[in-house]
Design a binder for this molecule. Structure first.
Ligand code: UDP
Length: 477
């Protein structure tokens, strides 16, 4: 009967790895802090979309959560027969796949509502098409924004920016500064790519998402106040949505995926190698789930690392479009590079256990693409960074890390976008063995303490999770 029905929170992640894992971790936080709720996570079928080459690391992760957390249920949506064109960009397919799944979603939400009390529906911004489905079913809907509060400020401000400009950001002078509440002036060229071209489908998706977010029941963000005080303050004060409502914002971060450190035989060989290196001596280079470089850029990185004289652990992926295939290091890296650096370097093909690596005592610095999960993982490991943004909102994240927080050093690209061997060598040395690097390390260390305080009992993340759960108790559906 209705009184005894289970209270369920439904989560709808985008299948991009960084988004999916962050959402599953949110599910884990919800059931840990509020055991009276159970969580159902809807999983999109991605078999028809070449871009989401099924990652075995992601599948293993889901299987592990499934096996260890009984109050979380994974509900796989059936395949859809409309195709996502192979020409679609990641952002286009990111929006399209959930849209094609609206009938499946409607069905799933109805089924869940028949057997339980569906208290809240939490969606990724790429799953924005679900907003209308949930509204039609009168289900309270929250957005879980998996990147920085600063980029959320820009996202929410997009409809206002749209009204105040008469052309695309991409057609403005690159150096023109865009004013966004809570952020230092942002060069037009640093804005998220999806916001840059008004004629693109993704731009329209972003505009709609921003409007829906403003009208949702709440925004959940994986960040904490100390990290992004100004941007979060501007959002809370309603400055990013001057003409409309701003829903409550719940900063539940930093939440990073818990490590799956395995002992002995199952341990990744790079971790065994790290065990043999001196404390804080290794620089780690990894560029997210989608970062890949041209063959020329890979050569420059290799030369820079070799000349830096520093110990390194480097995740190498094939140049596009074969970035999902295993790289042939003998072809891609300079002749004799692996032999010459064998004593102090370790190259991993394709994918490495980043969370474990960043929390390993032998690692002393991180060259990162500034994806938000990577940034939070580095902060939690107390690691200073070299910021080398590649796609989506990463240039905006860099600005915060380098200029505001001073927890990262920036690489300088040449006109053609290449980072030269000499530039990388210089930054890696600066990070690992200079006074500037030491200052950055101290700043990160303080931020790490703040991060730990946020997730402690009584810390800001706990308070946010409590407020979130309170909002579910009071909603009737
Ligand atoms: N990651 C990993 N191994 C890799 C590359 C990435 O474990 O070789 C993980 C990383 O720890 C992070 C996520 O994948 O949790 C990437 O998310 P992020 O937001 O940093 O970047 P995105 O992939 O979304 O650009």
């Amino acid at each position: 009967d209705a009184v005894n029905m289970e209270e369920v929170i439904v989560l709808y992640p985008s299948p991009f790895r960084g988004h999916l894992i962050a959402m599953v971790e949110l599910g884990k936080l919800i059931v840990k802090h509020h055991p009276s709720f159970s969580v159902t996570i809807l999983i999109l079928d991605t078999a028809s979309v070449a871009q989401y080459a099924a990652s075995s690391a992601t599948a293993q992760y889901i299987a592990a959560v499934n096996a260890t957390t009984p109050s979380i249920t994974f509900h796989r949506l059936p395949p859809v027969y409309d195709v996502v064109p192979s020409s679609a960009s990641p952002a286009e397919s990111g929006y399209l796949l959930p849209r094609l799944n609206n009938p499946n979603l409607h069905q799933a939400l109805q089924t869940i509502s028949h057997t339980s009390k569906l208290k809240a529906f939490i969606i990724d911004f790429f799953c924005d098409a679900a907003f209308q489905v949930a509204a039609n079913l009168s289900i309270p809907t929250y957005y879980f924004y998996t990147s920085s509060g600063s980029s959320l400020a820009a996202f929410l401000y997009l409809p206002t920016l749209h009204k105040s400009l008469d052309k695309s950001l991409k057609d403005l002078d690159d150096h023109l500064l865009v004013d966004i509440p809570g952020l230092p002036p942002v060069p037009a060229s640093d804005m998220m790519k999806g916001m840059s071209d008004r004629s693109a489908k993704v731009y329209e998706n972003f505009l709609n998402t921003a409007t829906h977010m403003a009208n949702s029941n709440g925004l959940i963000v994986n960040t904490f106040d100390m990290l992004e005080r100004k941007a979060l303050g501007a959002i809370r004060d309603g400055l990013c949505v001057p003409d409309g409502p701003t829903p409550p914002i719940f900063c539940i971060g930093p939440s990073i995926s818990s490590s799956n450190i395995q002992d002995g035989e199952n341990q990744h060989e790079c971790l065994s190698w790290l065990n043999l290196q001196p404390s804080q001596s290794v620089v780690f280079l990894c560029f997210g789930s989608m970062g890949s470089f041209s063959a020329k850029q890979l050569q420059e990185i290799a030369v820079g690392l070799e000349n830096s004289g520093q110990r390194f652990l480097w995740v190498v992926r094939n140049p596009p479009p074969d970035d999902n295939k295993e790289p042939n290091l003998d072809v891609l890296l300079p002749n004799g590079f692996l032999e010459r650096t064998a004593e102090r370097g370790f190259v991993v093909k394709q994918w490495a256990p980043q969370v474990e690596i960043l929390s390993h005592g032998s690692v002393g610095g991180f060259v990162t693409h500034c994806g938000w999960n990577s940034v939070l993982e580095a902060l939690c490991g107390g690691l200073p960074m070299v910021a080398w943004p590649l796609y989506s909102e990463q240039r905006m994240n860099r600005a915060g890390l380098v200029k505001e927080l001073k927890v990262a050093l920036a690489v300088t690209e040449s006109e053609d976008g290449l980072v030269s061997a000499a530039e990388l060598e210089k930054r890696v040395r600066e990070l690992m063995v200079s006074e500037a690097g030491k200052e950055v390390r101290e700043k990160v260390s303080a931020m790490r303490d703040a991060a730990m305080a946020a997730v402690e009992e009584g810390g800001s993340a706990h308070v946010a999770l409590d407020k979130l759960a309170e909002s579910w108790v009071t909603t009737t559906c």
